[in-house]
Design a protein around this ligand. Structure first.
Ligand code: PMP
Length: 290
């Protein structure tokens, strides 16, 4: 753990973050041929730290890598993740593994290309919960699952970037994707829930990423999961979003609708914090100790 800087696990060794470079002909940079994950490690109340639902994140990454022909060893990636967290001494951290196609050809066939893996960690103890999410309904459609599977493929995120950019230009800070039938899909990097008469509903859509936080919230609350129309969301008592980075965050506004009662979301957010920090014995099996 060098003074001032952190290190990145890169193809089996550690490098200083500032020394990390990729050739300008890197395939992933030209075509988006990579797969990433967003994972969180949390300081636990027993003084240690743990990665939340690490196997689930790495299995999702493996699926994406398989589609792109990038070899991915879950056990090796697990070890790399734990090693880099220990090395950097980050207890509350955002963990970013990335697998990508490197050099060897400028064509679209990935077979001749070098393949790489890195794992970086970023210290964080920021909770978005309580932040002011102002959602604008995007004019962009989510990548249809029939064209791009909802996995964390690098190139697919151009779709999220377009929606985020449009939302910011219109004065919102996050975008909501809906489909041609007016059904809610997800946000640019988070899944959507609504609360009505105290009932919690998880938005289900085949074009949305199967979020691990979404799955967690369903397990914690017994929420039903079903397709939800945009007008149901506008009619709901409350809306919240969730994701590994977003955690559980109430939505303050959707287009010109304001939501004022965030009690249910804040209760779930608080429970989520207890779970990820190892304070709820029922869910400690979701923690991988660093
Ligand atoms: N949807 C998208 C598009 C995302 O990028 C993310 C973040 N990974 C999520 C939903 C939430 O997924 P998770 O809870 O697994 O982080």
């Amino acid at each position: 753990n060098r003074a001032g800087g952190s290190q990145i696990w890169f193809d089996g060794r550690f490098i200083d973050t500032a020394d990390g470079e990729a050739p300008l002909t890197t395939h992933a940079m030209h075509y988006g041929s990579g797969v990433f994950e967003g994972i969180r490690a949390y300081a636990t109340t027993d003084g240690g730290s743990a990665v939340f639902r690490l196997p689930e994140h790495l299995q999702r990454m493996r699926k994406g890598c398989e589609l792109l022909g990038i070899p991915f060893d879950v056990a090796a990636a697990t070890e790399a993740t734990l090693q880099v967290l220990r090395r950097n001494g980050h207890r509350d951290a955002y963990v970013r593994p990335l697998a990508w196609c490197g050099t060897g050809s400028i064509g679209l066939d990935v077979a001749p290309l070098s393949k790489h893996l890195m794992v970086a960690t970023f210290p964080t103890n920021v909770h978005l919960a309580g932040a002011h999410v102002r959602l604008g309904t995007s004019s962009w459609r989510r990548n249809p699952a029939t064209s791009l599977p909802p996995l964390k493929l690098c190139g697919a995120y151009v779709n999220s970037i377009l929606a985020k950019h449009e939302a910011r230009q219109r004065g919102f800070n996050e975008a909501l994707f809906v489909d041609d039938q007016g059904r809610v899909v997800e946000c640019t990097g988070a899944n959507v829930f609504m609360v009505r008469d105290g009932r919690v509903t998880a938005v289900e859509h085949r074009d949305a990423l199967q979020g691990i936080t979404r799955d967690t919230v369903i397990a914690l609350t017994g929420a039903e999961s079903r397709p939800v129309r945009h007008d149901e969301l506008l009619d709901a008592d409350a809306v919240f979003v969730c994701g590994t980075a977003a955690e559980v965050t109430p939505v303050a506004e959707l287009d010109d609708r304001r939501y004022d009662d965030h009690r249910v979301a804040l209760e779930i957010a608080a429970h989520y914090q207890r779970v990820v920090r190892g304070d709820d014995a029922r869910y400690v099996h979701w923690l991988t100790r660093v």
